[in-house]
Design a protein around this ligand. Structure first.
Ligand code: AKB
Length: 321
């Protein structure tokens, strides 16, 4: 096997933190170049190559591609739904210009494969809410959703026009215990665990009956690595694949957490993020990902809750968090 060098842009985010760990295991720590606009302090990052990089700095991207000659890039840097609504122009520029800079640099420096995540935010108020199909009405009404939908079109365009091997999946809300969620509408599903274990209560910024599709982080990492390592002919969709784990409301999640944290109480105070959540699907049909490249989630809602508590509770007990 020829030597692979992997570059992760946005390595300190919620997905990047876990993906970097898995890619280091797969390819060897020294062959995974972690890049982020933030300079991390944790020891983990000093173990392997780390570069501070703003994805809007096109010269720096070229410099790093020249220096490391990556064969694969995972481009994760983005402003998520809630944050992008606060600064729509920056949301467009970071999510779109960043994408073009990475794609163009990948072509110029002969990068073999690029992964770029899309999101369920590509869907909008007129999209079918239940079992949302791969192809349907898409009328995203957030800056984040608009950039993800446009980005998907460009993934397909760069593949067809320039032969760039881009692969993409539409992440639902992601839940994990290793890193903080980063400015999205689904962040409550991570925060709730920390607040339950720390304070026994949580004030949710979405209403109790807000149903949203979610995925546990080990499954998100698995899906990402499976699509990027699948034979090229299996990837029939060159925009982005629906993938699904499970769906729940804040009330249902609270009920499940209560089984582990008996004194847990939840209250609701919906804010501006409610409108974003209301425009998104409630459940996702991922039949194409399942049949094209064999995607299948391992974790259901109960298994995810049990694993989150198992991993977080000891850290709160020992005062590590
Ligand atoms: C967000 O809430 O913005 C993200 C997403 C669903 O892409 N987690």
């Amino acid at each position: 096997m020829s030597k692979e060098t992997v570059m992760i842009i946005g390595s300190c985010g919620q997905v990047g933190t876990e993906l970097t760990e898995s890619l280091r295991t797969l390819y060897g720590t020294s062959n995974v170049v972690a890049c982020d606009i933030r300079k991390p302090e944790a020891d983990f990052w000093s173990e392997g190559p780390f570069e501070q990089m703003d994805v809007l700095d096109v010269k720096k991207i070229a410099e790093l591609l020249k220096k490391y000659k990556p064969t694969q890039i995972y481009h994760l840097a983005a402003l998520l739904s809630a944050t992008a609504e606060k600064n729509p122009k920056l949301g467009w520029s970071l999510n779109m210009d960043g994408l073009f800079y990475v794609f163009d640099a990948a072509l110029e420096f002969g990068v073999k494969r690029v992964f770029w995540p899309s999101s369920i935010a590509v869907f909008g108020p007129n999209t079918p809410k239940q079992n949302t199909p791969q192809y349907c009405v898409m009328d995203p009404n957030t800056v984040y959703g608009i950039t993800k939908q446009t980005g998907e079109r460009y993934c397909e365009y760069y593949h067809k026009r320039y032969g760039l091997d881009v692969r993409s999946i539409r992440y639902p809300g992601l839940i994990g215990y290793k890193a903080e969620a980063g400015g999205g509408t689904t962040d409550y599903a991570v925060e709730i665990f920390h607040e339950a274990l720390k304070n026994g209560k949580y004030e949710c910024f979405l209403g109790e009956n807000t149903f949203l599709p979610m995925l546990y982080m080990p499954d998100a990492v698995k899906a990402t690595l499976e699509i990027t390592h699948a034979e090229s002919n299996l990837i029939k969709n060159r925009s982005s694949y629906n993938i699904s784990g499970f769906s729940f409301t804040p009330a249902l999640l609270a009920e499940k957490i209560k089984k582990h944290v008996s004194n847990f109480e939840i209250t609701y105070k919906p804010d501006h993020r409610q409108a974003i959540a209301d425009s998104w699907p409630q459940s996702i049909d991922d039949a194409e990902a399942r049949s094209d490249w064999g995607w299948k989630n391992d974790f259901d809602l109960d298994a995810m809750v049990a694993d989150m508590i198992k991993n977080l509770a000891p850290r709160y007990k020992t005062g590590e968090m």
